[in-house]
Design a protein around this ligand. Structure first.
Ligand SMILES: [Zn+2]
Length: 201
């Protein structure tokens, strides 16, 4: 709690005066143009990486930046609800799936025996199964391969949501993928035409 309160003190003393006008302007509503789906990992904060101001990014964070395929029925679909709100109510123009290096969620999917059977986490990372199957032939760095492939699967799963497909067809929305390398701070962007990730510098 000490860490939080000290941070809040810095926020009120230094950050708030600088951003007060922006916050006041946002008090009546938000209109972010970008939805970011990123990992809960403490090292991959999208607002930090993209130097974003309040109101600019609508962010969903979960373990391993996953998007479940569209499914109907009851249940607490937290990630799907946020995607639905961002696309249908906020009408974001871009969805970024932001993965990262050294992802613990991807590592857990590669070593499922380390997870408690039946735990929320064990069930959640089964969403990585399609990506795991696609990298089965990889002999090199399986972690990096899975981090890349899972971003692509999340992008594909986004298209299974009818309201996302509709916005894509109407060219109101685009979906992009990227992976953040924690040790170097470099962002790799997914190039769909070449089916590869290329670093930005
Ligand atoms: Zn992660």
């Amino acid at each position: 709690m000490k860490l939080l309160l000290e941070g809040y003190e810095r926020f009120r003393g230094q950050t708030w005066p600088r951003l007060a006008d922006i916050y006041r302007g946002l008090a009546d509503g938000q209109s972010p143009r970008i939805l970011v789906i990123s990992c809960s990992d403490s090292r991959t904060d999208p607002a930090t990486i993209f130097d974003a101001a309040p109101g600019e990014l609508f962010i969903v964070r979960n373990v391993a930046n996953l998007v479940p395929p569209f499914e109907q029925g009851e249940g607490f679909h937290g990630t799907s609800a946020a995607i639905e709100f961002a696309v249908t109510a906020l009408k974001v123009q871009t969805i970024l799936v932001l993965g990262h290096a050294r992802c613990g969620g991807c590592a857990a999917a590669l070593a499922p025996e380390t997870l408690n059977p039946g735990s929320f986490l064990a069930t959640w990372v089964t969403l990585l199964e399609p990506a795991k199957q696609r990298i089965a032939h990889v002999h090199g760095d399986k972690h990096e391969a899975l981090e890349h492939e899972s971003i692509k699967v999340a992008m594909e799963n986004l298209r299974t949501f009818p309201f996302v497909a509709e916005a894509l067809d109407a060219k109101r929305l685009s979906i992009v993928g990227a992976r953040f390398d924690i040790a170097t701070g470099v962002l790799e962007m997914y190039d769909a035409e070449r089916n590869t990730f290329s670093p930005l510098h």
